[in-house]
Design a protein. Structure first.
Length: 297
């Protein structure tokens, strides 16, 4: 295993509750009131939609506000990692990552371990470049038992809620978190800071309003089936733990670009075709690949 390289769960696509809009020559992140599932392919118009983005909707015009999922690991912190991260707004490179007690920071003398006072008390974090930053990996569907979709967030509401739910579900299921039928659900709330306007965050619930006894029964059945077939969940969790501890910063160069675009505003020239108009919606991956296949070779 290459030292210094964080080994993360294989990613098939992204889950977001926001989009990028162009205003006054800048590409700005804008919150949305529904989920969007995209592939890892990006065009000039934005991230290409994953086929699941349409498949999970009841009708083409239905807003996607819940996604049936499972998690890969029994350990909550392996499924959802959250920390304070100071980003370089130009490159997307993390410069400092901490947990409120200690941090790892890139300095002129190399990587150093230092105290982390949290963003509110850190002079280096002035200007809002340091944010709470969470990454949740989930499984959608049954085609790939190890391939995941990643939801990234800098929202306190989503981070706090997801962390609590994962810990509670692990405890009450008797450490069978990876076997529970779960669902990502979009919720709204108003706060004083939002001046009464709704803000949206991600919650984690049992699937399809399933009651707890039924969910625990299904988790027990799945665990028994896996054990009979030789599936070793304990070994899988340990392999993931070693992979995450193999390096310093988790996100790849490609992911860092998405983080900056999604969570920070930055200037970027608008092409003439899109000037003064809203950006066209992302083209679905299936339609994009069909169009490429139809082109003469």
């Amino acid at each position: 295993m290459l030292k210094g390289l964080v080994i993360t769960p294989p990613v098939l696509g992204r889950i977001s509750i926001g989009k990028i809009v162009e205003k006054n020559g800048k590409r700005l992140p804008e919150k949305d009131d529904q989920f969007t599932i995209t592939s890892q392919v990006q065009s000039k118009e934005g991230w290409l939609l994953h086929p699941l983005n349409d498949e999970l909707r009841e009708t083409p015009n239905t807003k996607l506000r819940s996604i049936p999922i499972r998690v890969l690991f029994n350990e909550p912190e392996l499924n959802f990692r959250a920390d304070y991260t100071l980003f370089d707004r130009q490159s997307g490179r993390p410069l400092c990552v901490g947990n409120g007690e200690t941090c790892k920071r890139i300095t002129q003398d190399g990587m150093q371990a230092l105290p982390c006072p949290s963003p509110d008390a850190c002079t280096l974090a002035k200007g809002g470049a340091c944010k709470p930053y969470g990454r949740l990996n989930v499984i959608i569907g049954d085609e790939d038992s190890l391939g995941s979709f990643v939801f990234r967030t800098t929202g306190f509401n989503s981070i706090r809620t997801l962390a609590a739910r994962l810990q509670y579900f692990q405890a009450l299921s008797g450490n069978r978190l990876a076997c529970l039928p779960l669902e990502l659900r979009l919720r709204g709330k108003s706060t004083r800071q939002s001046h009464g306007a709704p803000i949206f965050y991600v919650d984690l619930t049992l699937r399809n309003a399933m009651d707890m006894s039924e969910a625990l029964q299904k988790a027990s059945e799945l665990q028994s089936h896996r054990q009979t077939s030789g599936f070793d969940q304990t070994a899988l969790d340990e392999a993931a733990r070693r992979g995450f501890s193999n390096g310093t910063f988790e996100d790849s160069e490609e992911a860092r670009h998405g983080v900056i675009e999604e969570f920070f505003s930055h200037s970027e020239p608008i092409n003439s075709a899109g000037r003064g108009e809203s950006s066209p919606p992302p083209q679905s991956l299936a339609r994009k690949l069909d169009a490429l296949a139809a082109q003469p070779h």
